[in-house]
Design a protein around this ligand. Sequence first.
Ligand SMILES: [Ca+2]
Ligand SMILES: [Ca+2]
Length: 150
Amino acid sequence: MFAVLLFSLVVFTAGAAARCPLGFVNLGRSCYLFASTTVDFAGANSFCQFFGSRLVTISSSHEDHLIRSYLLRHGKGATYYIGGTDLRGEGIFTWERPHGKKLGYTGWKHGEPNNAKGHEHCMSMPASFHYRWNDVPCSRRYRFICERAH
Ligand SMILES: [Ca+2]
Ligand SMILES: [Ca+2]
């Protein structure tokens, strides 16, 4: 799995700004890694930490726009985990970084989060929703987005 991820890092490096680490792209004030490996939510968390980062926290419409614009060009029709869950209290979504921080800005698709079948506790950006946010089961294997400072 790491070999696949490392390969994707090399591919994605082409667009990276010099001030971001290898594999990360600079958008606005942060560096982001758009990982093409698919893992469950816990796995995505671990991968981001391994690369000195955390699953992305999207704290403004500007940041959401930057990421969605990037995904609309490069997202390859996939779904990406972002760094929030409602595992601590159903329907109350919080960010992993800082841990437990309630969402300020939100970019949910209309009608989401819907906690479908009572099993959707992790946040994602699906291509089918034009990368507006959706709650999904944490066990699904998706791509993911990591974030770190310059
Ligand atoms: Ca939920
Ligand atoms: Ca949902």
